[in-house]
Design a protein around this ligand. Structure first.
Ligand SMILES: Nc1ncnc2c1ncn2[C@H]1C[C@H](O)[C@@H](COP(=O)(O)OP(=O)(O)OP(=O)(O)O)O1
Ligand SMILES: [Mg+2]
Ligand SMILES: [Zn+2]
Length: 626
C-alpha cells in the first residue's frame, strides 16, 4: 500500500522526465565532443595550409648529401622523383633526427630508410615483424643490386656467423640488416655485435617498421616490440625511424615511450587516396545475388584486370572462389589454413597476372604490394574502418584509378560482432565500419577522414565516391515511427525471451510467432528497409547488443539500448536517411500519405501501459525530402 499515491505518482513522473533530460544532456555532450574535434581538425587544416603557403616560395634546402640522394634515387632505385613527404623524411633522417613517419600503405615508406642506408657509412638495422616481409624486401633489394642481409629464426648457423662478422667489417658487405624483434629480444650475441658496430661507428640508423606493433592500443600488438626500447637506450646517438600506416596520435605517444625516443619529429602524410573510387552496395540475405553481382562486375567492368575479393571466413574463401570459377572467372582462394607453398603459389601467380582474382581472408595482407590492382571488392564488411582502409588500399598503388566496393549485409554485422566480442573495443570499431556503409548523405571520404583525424571535404572527392556521384538519387526520410519495433523488443524482455536481429525483423514484418504478432502493428516496409532501420537504431544507441555464450558458439541478441527511453517522449522522433531503390520509391510515397495510428497495446505488466500510451500516440510520419 502506498501512503501518498499522488505524491508517489508525481515522483515517478519526475524521475522519468529526469531520465529523459539526462539522456538529452548526454546526447548534447556527444555532439559537443564531435563539434570540438571537428573544430580542432579544421584549425589544423588552416594552419597546414598557411604553413605550406609560406614554404612554397623557398626551394628545398641543399644538403651535403642531396646530390648523392638524387643520384641513387634515379640510378639505384630507378625512381624519377620523390613522392610527397619522402624527401623531407629522408633529409631529416640523414641529419640525424629521430623520426616517426605515418604514411598510408603502399606510399613508399621503405624508401625513406633504404635510400639513406645506401647513402650512409656502415649499415642500417631494420626491425620487421614478419619474415615474409623481410624476404620480399631482400628479393627487391637484390634485384636493384643493394646488398642486404637478414637474421631470423630460420637463419642457419653459418649464415648467422657470416652476418654477425659482417656487422663490424669495414668493407661493409651489406647496407641493410633485417631482423625480427624476437632476435633483438632473445639474442645476446646480436646485441653484443650491435654494440661493437655502434662503437666502431658502423650502425648508421635504426628503422622500426610497422612501429604501431609496439603499442597495445594499436591493432597489431606484438609483445617483442615492447622490448625494443633497449635499442635507443644502448645506442642513443643512432637516429631511429619508426614507420607505420595506421597509428593514431595516442598510439604514437605510446610507441615513443616504449622505444625510449625522447623527442621524435612526426611526419604524417595525408591518407586521402584520391585515385580510389569508394562504393557501398547492399547485400541481400540471399548471397547468390551478391556473388552474381560480383561476377558480372569482374566480367564486365574489370575484364582482364587484377583484383582482390575479401571474404569473412576460410569457408567463404573456398565457396566464393568456387562460385566465381563456375562463372568462368580465373579466381583462387587464399587463407591462413592453406599450406605455405599453396599460399605463395597463389600469391606469385596473382602477382604475375596468371590469376586474375584472389578470393582472400584478411590473411592476404601485410606485404602484398602489387601496383596495378584495379579493384578490391569486400564480399563482407571489414571489422573496422581502419581495417577497411588498409584492405581496400591495396587497390591503385600505381596512382591510376581503381575501385573499392563493399557489400553491406545486415547479417554480416552480427557475424562479425560475435567474432570480435572478446576484443576490448571490438564492437565500437565494428560500428565505425557499419556507419560508413549505412551513411548515405556524406561523402564517403569525409566519413573515413574522421578516423584519421584529417579533413577531406567533398570538393576533394571529385565524385570519386558513390554518395558524391549519385547525390540526387539518395532520398531522405525523416521521422520514422519505430514504436512497435520497440514494443517487440520490450515485450520480449518482459517475457524473458531473447530476440535475434532476424526475429526482430520478422516480428515487425508480421512473420514472427503469433503471440508477438497479435499485439504489434506490423510494418509494410521491405526487409532491406527494416534492416536499415534496425541498423540505424543500433548505431544510435536505441538498441544495443546482448551476447550469449555457449561452449560452441556466441549468439547475438538485440535489447533496448541506453537511448530507448527517449522514445517515451512523444516529441522525440527517430530520423534517418535511406537510399532510394526502384522498388521502394512508390511504396514509400504511399506511406508518406498515410498516418497510421497504432492501437494501444497492453503488455503483461499493467504498470507499463502508461509508456505505451506515449508510444502509441506517435504517428507514423514519413516525409520525403528531395
Ligand atoms: N617515389 C616513388 N615513386 C614511384 N614509386 C615509388 C616511390 N617510392 C616508392 N614507390 C613504390 C615502390 C613500391 O612498389 C611501392 C610501395 O612502397 P613500400 O615502401 O613497400 O610501401 P609502404 O611500406 O609505405 O607500405 P606498407 O604500409 O604496405 O608497408 O611504392
Ligand atoms: Mg612497408
Ligand atoms: Zn565523395
Amino acid at each position: 500500500l502506498v501512503p501518498f499515491p499522488e505524491v508517489q505518482a508525481e515522483l515517478d513522473s519526475v524521475e522519468a522526465e529526469l531520465e529523459v533530460v539526462e539522456l538529452q544532456i548526454a546526447e548534447l555532450l556527444e555532439k559537443q565532443a564531435e563539434l570540438t574535434s571537428r573544430k580542432k581538425r579544421l584549425l589544423r587544416k588552416l594552419e597546414d595550409a598557411c604553413e605550406s603557403a609560406q614554404t612554397a616560395g623557398s626551394s628545398s634546402a641543399d644538403f651535403p648529401w642531396s646530390k648523392e640522394l638524387e643520384q641513387n634515387l634515379k640510378n639505384t632505385f630507378q625512381l624519377s622523383k620523390f613522392r610527397p613527404l619522402q624527401q623531407k623524411a629522408v633529409n631529416l633522417s640523414m641529419s640525424g633526427k629521430d623520426l616517426f613517419l605515418v604514411m598510408p600503405t603502399g606510399r613508399g615508406k621503405s624508401l625513406c630508410y633504404q635510400l639513406p642506408a645506401v647513402c650512409s657509412e656502415g649499415f642500417t638495422l631494420v626491425v620487421t615483424p614478419l619474415v615474409s616481409l623481410m624476404e620480399d624486401q631482400l628479393m627487391y633489394l637484390k634485384s636493384i643490386h643493394v646488398e642486404a642481409a637478414t637474421l631470423n629464426a630460420s637463419s642457419t648457423k653459418e649464415h648467422a656467423k657470416m652476418v654477425l662478422a659482417g656487422m663490424t667489417d669495414t668493407k661493409a658487405p651489406f647496407k641493410l640488416l633485417y631482423v625480427t624483434p624476437e632476435k633483438i629480444a632473445k639474442s645476446k650475441l646480436l646485441m653484443s655485435r650491435l654494440e661493437k658496430a655502434y662503437n666502431a661507428g658502423r650502425l648508421s640508423r635504426i628503422a622500426v617498421d610497422e612501429v604501431h606493433c609496439c603499442s597495445q592500443w594499436g591493432h597489431d600488438f606484438r609483445p617483442d616490440y615492447k622490448l625494443l626500447g633497449i635499442l635507443k637506450r644502448q645506442f642513443p646517438k643512432v637516429p631511429l625511424l619508426g614507420l607505420t600506416a595506421t597509428a593514431t596520435s595516442s598510439v604514437l605517444k605510446d610507441c615513443q615511450k616504449i622505444l625510449c625516443v625522447p623527442e621524435p619529429i612526426t611526419l604524417t602524410a595525408s591518407f586521402n587516396r584520391t585515385n580510389l573510387y569508394y562504393e557501398v552496395r547492399f547485400k541481400n540475405s540471399n548471397s547468390e545475388e551478391s556473388i552474381g553481382d560480383i561476377a558480372s562486375l569482374i566480367e564486365e567492368r574489370y575484364q582482364g584486370q587484377s583484383g582482390i575479393v575479401y571474404v569473412f571466413s576460410q569457408k567463404d574463401a573456398d565457396s566464393v572462389s568456387e562460385d566465381l570459377q563456375k562463372k568462368g572467372i580465373n579466381a583462387y582462394p587464399y587463407h591462413a589454413n592453406m599450406a605455405p607453398e599453396d599460399k605463395s603459389r597463389v600469391h606469385r601467380k596473382w602477382s604475375t597476372n596468371k590469376i586474375q582474382v584472389v578470393v582472400a581472408t584478411v590473411a592476404f595482407g601485410m606485404g602484398i604490394d602489387k601496383s596495378d590492382v584495379r579493384f578490391v571488392i569486400h564480399h563482407t564488411i571489414s571489422k573496422s574502418i581502419e581495417n577497411y582502409y588498409q584492405e581496400s588500399g591495396r587497390a591503385g598503388r600505381d596512382d591510376q584509378p581503381a575501385d573499392c566496393i563493399v557489400y553491406f549485409g545486415f547479417n554480416d554485422i552480427f557475424r562479425i560482432s560475435t567474432m570480435v566480442v572478446m576484443e576490448n573495443v571490438g564492437q565500437k570499431k565494428l560500428l565505425t565500419m557499419v556507419e560508413y556503409c549505412q551513411n548515405v548523405d556524406r561523402c564517403r571520404r569525409s566519413v573515413m577522414a574522421v578516423h584519421f583525424d584529417e579533413v577531406w571535404d567533398d570538393e576533394g572527392c571529385n565524385e570519386m565516391c558513390d554518395v558524391c556521384r549519385h547525390e540526387s538519387s539518395f532520398f531522405s526520410y525523416t521521422g520514422f515511427y519505430v514504436g512497435s519495433l520497440f514494443l517487440i523488443v520490450e515485450l520480449a524482455s518482459s517475457l524473458d525471451e531473447k530476440l535475434t536481429p532476424l526475429k526482430v525483423t520478422e516480428a515487425w514484418m508480421g512473420k514472427g510467432p503469433a503471440k508477438r504478432r497479435k499485439m504489434i502493428q506490423t510494418t509494410i516496409l521491405s526487409r532491406l528497409e527494416v534492416e536499415a532501420i534496425i541498423t540505424h537504431l543500433l548505431l544510435q544507441g536505441y538498441l544495443s547488443e546482448d551476447f550469449s555464450f555457449t561452449p560452441y558458439t556466441t549468439y547475438f541478441y538485440l535489447k533496448l539500448g541506453r537511448k530507448a527511453s527517449l522514445l517515451k517522449n512523444q516529441s522525440h522522433s527517430v530520423t534517418m536517411k535511406m537510399r532510394k531503390t526502384v522498388s521502394n520509391t512508390d511504396r514509400l510515397s504511399v506511406i508518406a500519405d498515410q498516418q497510421v495510428k497504432v492501437s494501444q497495446v497492453k503488455t503483461k505488466e499493467g504498470k507499463r501501459s502508461g509508456d505505451n500510451t506515449a508510444n502509441s500516440s506517435v504517428t507514423k510520419k514519413v516525409k520525403k525530402d528531395l
